[in-house]
Structures are given as structure tokens and as C-alpha cells.
Design a protein around this ligand. Structure first.
Ligand code: SAH
Length: 368
């Protein structure tokens, strides 16, 4: 496939949004242009989020016209925009060139503006509580389509504010789309692009061990988050089916390797599901499992996602946290952001998809 050509959009012309700086240079050289032009174009596309050739005012008009003939700048259309007026969370439903849709969320934290990026259209991991997997996997996203999600949020923020953090916790399993995801992380890290620090990026996985090991050797100091959700194989296999392929012992060994090679502590995500994985004895089992590891536990009361499961009540969350903390493990309870706007992954896309019209009632619980 020619350099920069996208599988997801712009089938006929190469997409500048897919190109790394070196691919952009090669592309410009083939057009007979000098290397510094490639840098200017990269800055427009990945730094300033330009979507119109006319914006590229430091390029000669003839070059702009030529580029417009031979290439495209991939762009997503905002189909829906929701904003939580309380905490400033913004959720965009984006339409890609082939009509598929993905969700992207801006989460405002005290430490910065974080974008929650989707890595696939749909998902085939089959987790019991997650809305993204209903309907299965449609297709992977390209690196440019992931970058466009961050750029769409940056455009929404305007010039006064910057995206500082990126979490791969939207729709999809990032390690199933390994090459495109790593290319995307490099693209948004580029100093001529968004310049986001690797330390401010978090990749969340349901537990694909070979991908974790590969990522450990990539030399990117991104935070690894692992969706653990249960302290034993019997329960985890029911909630996160990939556990049957890569059970907990194997998963934790890969996490230890990741921590050792990158020096980064691994985050374990644990969605607390009422009466399922939130019992005190499971908290103790989790404490024993993780004791002594370079890690952090993020407890998340389950967001109702139309799958017949409910989040744990606050007092059970507190008790669970207290027990795990006793094992010397650092824990946080994830602050619920965007509660008023279908915050849980995959809900917005799913609500729009024909046949999955689960209404969410105003009190935030599923209308089923
Ligand atoms: N596929 C990756 C990343 C996407 S999901 C993964 O599994 O990690 C990001 C996080 O949200 C995961 O920890 C996932 O288990 C969790 N999640 C999914 N549905 C949820 C829900 N309804 N409530 C709370 N967390 C949920």
C-alpha cells in the first residue's frame, strides 16, 4: 500500500493525516518538493488541525492546489455533541468517511484536559458489562482516524485551551489494533503535532498478553491500564472472556514485565458491579493478589450499560477501597464525569445504532 494511504477513508487519494513526518517527507519528495515543505504541512495537519487547504497560508498557492489534487486531509464530521454543564465533559459522536461512527470524550481534570479515544469501531472482546461490544467488531480505526478524534476535541476547545492527556479507553481493544495504535501515539507525540507527552498517555487493555509484552519493548513510556475487574480466574473469565486465553497469572507476569521495563506503575481497573465482584472477601483476594506490586488500583462504580448489571452503592465502594488499601496498595475511586450524558463507553454510538435503542432514563439508570 502506498505511503500514507488509509484503509478507513480516502480510498483513492493518500490522506495527509495518516502520514508520519518521514512519510510526509517521502510524499513531498515524490512531488518534487523540498523537505521543509513536508514539515510545514505536518504542522498544519497535526499541530493546528487544519482541515482546509486555504488555511495553509505559508504554502505557495500552487503547492496547495497541487496537494488538493493529489491528497486529502481526513476529517470526521460531528454528528452529535453533548456537554455536561456541571463538570464540562464533552462527548462527540463522530462520523468517519465510510459512515461509521465513533465516540470521543473530553474529560476535564484539575491536572489537564484528557481525551478518551476509541481505537476500533465496535469491539469483539465480549466483556459482560460493556456496551461497546454489543454488535461486535465492525473494523479497526486507522492512526489518522484516532488522531482526528483528538484534533476534533482540540478544535472544540479552541485556541485558549490545550489537550494535555489522552486515554485509550473509548470503544475498542487497543492491543488488537496494535500497529495503528502505536503509530497514533507517535503522531500525537510529535513536537510539530500536538506534542503530547507519552507520560500523559494511558493505554487500557482487557488483557491481551502478547500485546502487553510487545508494548513493553516499544520504548514508549505510556501508562498501561489493565481491566482486571476480578481477583480470580473463575469470576474474571465470566466478566472478561479473554481471561480464558490469558489467565490472571500470565497477565500479571506481563504487567510485572511492563513495570520493570518501563519503570511505570501499572493501573488496574476494577469496575464495581453490585453483588457480583464487590464483596469484602473479593477485596481481600484482590489485596493479596496485588500486594507488593508496582501498581495502582482504580475503582469505578459500574456505569449502567443496558446489560442488566448495576454499579455498587457508595458505601460498598468505600468498604472495598478501605480493604484493598490495607494491603499497602494505592487506590482511587474514579470520579464520575459526564453522568448526565451517557458517559459509559459505547453508549452513545449504541443508542444511535438501529436495533440497540436502549433508552437511558434521566436518573442515569438503564430504562430496561
Ligand atoms: N478494551 C479496553 C479499553 C476500552 S474500555 C479495555 O478493556 O481496557 C475502558 C475501561 O472501561 C475498561 O476498564 C472497561 O472494562 C471499562 N468499562 C466498560 N464498560 C464499563 C461500564 N459500563 N462501567 C464502568 N466501566 C466500564
Amino acid at each position: 500500500m502506498p505511503v500514507g494511504e488509509s484503509k478507513g477513508w480516502a480510498m483513492d487519494k493518500p490522506d495527509l493525516k495518516e502520514m508520519s513526518p518521514s512519510e510526509m517527507r517521502a510524499f513531498c519528495e515524490r512531488l518534487g518538493e523540498q523537505a521543509y515543505r513536508a514539515r510545514q504541512v505536518f504542522r498544519w495537519v497535526h499541530g493546528r488541525g487544519a482541515v482546509d487547504w486555504r488555511e495553509m497560508t505559508n504554502l505557495p498557492r500552487a503547492l496547495r492546489e497541487r496537494l488538493a489534487r493529489v491528497a486529502v486531509i481526513g476529517r470526521a464530521r460531528v454528528l452529535e455533541r453533548q456537554e455536561d454543564r456541571g463538570d464540562g465533559t464533552v462527548k462527540l459522536l463522530l462520523e468517519l468517511a465510510d459512515g461509521e461512527t465513533v465516540e470521543t470524550v473530553l474529560l476535564r481534570h484539575r491536572y489537564g484536559n484528557s481525551v478518551c479515544v476509541s481505537t476500533q469501531v465496535g469491539c469483539r472482546m465480549g466483556c459482560a458489562f460493556c456496551a461497546s461490544t454489543v454488535g461486535g467488531l465492525v473494523r479497526p480505526l486507522t492512526a489518522g482516524e484516532m488522531a482526528e478524534q483528538v484534533l476534533a476535541i482540540q478544535r472544540d476547545l479552541g485556541a485558549a485551551e490545550r489537550v494535555s492527556h489522552v486515554v485509550l479507553m473509548g470503544i475498542g481493544e487497543p492491543l488488537e489494533n496494535y500497529d495503528a495504535v502505536v503509530k497514533f501515539l507517535r503522531l500525537i507525540h510529535e513536537p510539530d503535532g500536538l506534542g503530547i507527552s507519552y507520560r500523559n498517555m494511558t493505554l487500557s487493555t482487557s488483557g491481551l498478553v502478547p500485546g502487553i509484552r510487545r508494548l513493553a519493548g516499544e520504548g514508549l513510556p505510556v501508562t498501561l491500564a489493565v481491566s482486571l475487574h476480578a481477583p480470580n480466574d473463575e469470576l474474571r473469565s465470566r466478566l472478561v472472556p479473554v481471561n480464558r486465553r490469558h489467565p490472571i497469572a500470565e497477565l500479571l507476569a506481563a504487567c510485572d514485565e511492563y513495570a520493570a521495563r518501563t519503570g511505570r506503575r501499572v493501573t488496574f481497573e476494577y469496575a464495581l458491579i453490585d453483588g457480583v465482584n464487590d464483596l469484602p472477601e473479593l477485596a481481600r483476594e484482590l489485596g493479596r493478589l496485588l500486594q507488593g506490586r508496582l501498581c495502582h488500583v482504580n475503582l469505578i462504580p459500574l456505569n449502567p450499560s443496558g446489560r442488566g448489571l448495576a454499579g455498587s452503592p457508595p458505601e460498598r465502594v468505600r468498604e472495598f477501597q478501605e480493604i484493598v488499601t490495607r494491603y499497602g496498595i494505592s487506590t482511587t475511586v474514579r470520579r464520575e464525569l459526564g453522568a448526565g450524558i451517557d458517559a459509559a463507553c459505547g453508549q452513545l454510538r449504541r443508542r444511535r445504532a438501529a436495533g440497540f435503542g436502549v433508552p437511558v432514563t434521566p436518573d442515569g439508570r438503564d430504562g430496561v
